[in-house]
Design a protein around this ligand. Sequence first.
Ligand code: ADP
Length: 278
Amino acid sequence: QIGALPMSDMPGSGEANVVLFLRDLTEARRLEAMRVDFVANASHELRTPLAALLGFIETLQGPARDDAHAREQFLGIMRTQAQRMTGLIDDLLSLSRIELHEHVVPTRTVDLGRIARQIVDMQAPLALKRGIALSVERPDIPLPVLGDRDELLRVIENLVENAMKYGGSGGVVVVSLHRVEGVDGRGARIELRVRDEGPGIAAEHIPRLTERFYRVDTASSRQQGGTGLGLAIVKHTLNRHRGKLIIESEPGRGTTVRVSLPEHRPDTVGPMPDEVPA
Ligand code: ADP
């Protein structure tokens, strides 16, 4: 019934057209359902901190009006909730910006090892505070890829933050870099791995982790300041970089997230600058 109307106008074999038409419609329906889900989820995620904020404002204007101790405590919680909303809006904006130019392959050469080192240096104070042994291992060779430096920084930052958040305090987080020789005439790839020794992730969750707002344990993710958008942002950024994302995990033994990008060797010989036009 769905394809009946325009089918008679279509040239060529009727059957082939029916299949094509139905498929297009299924894809359109799927995208529409995803969009509706996304708006519903985003609204819900924004409403939760907003409802908490309104509750505290009412309490401060009413029963706790003259209670200095409660005021201090509530203002602290309100600040956390407001920060959560800001984080969520920042992530939503990042996601839509990345999606807008997802089909545009970056044209600058960057060294993935340097970017990883920068992130590890940035996260070192937090790791120290939480008793996490955070380290980076890289081979002593250039690791050039075509990439947007800021976007790749965010990808690695996200993965390291997850490993530290979910890997548990007092744990070990290792960021390692590798050059993987291509097989069957394919070019070499630069691979970055982030390994933690946390509780791991059950197999049934792994394929869904890059969906927007998908979290294994929503309450614990929220408590850690997570928005559920981190891995969705990682996935879309990697699409733009022709990158691959593989999540390997064994409950009880930890998680390794692997990101691989095509190696890019500029024609020029000599030491590679941090960022040069390709
Ligand atoms: P969040 O903002 O909740 O961290 P992400 O998209 O970054 O969102 O991750 C999605 C979910 O994947 C997390 O809520 C968490 O349940 C799970 N996860 C991600 N990384 C790890 C990890 N290294 N170990 C265990 N679980 C993880």
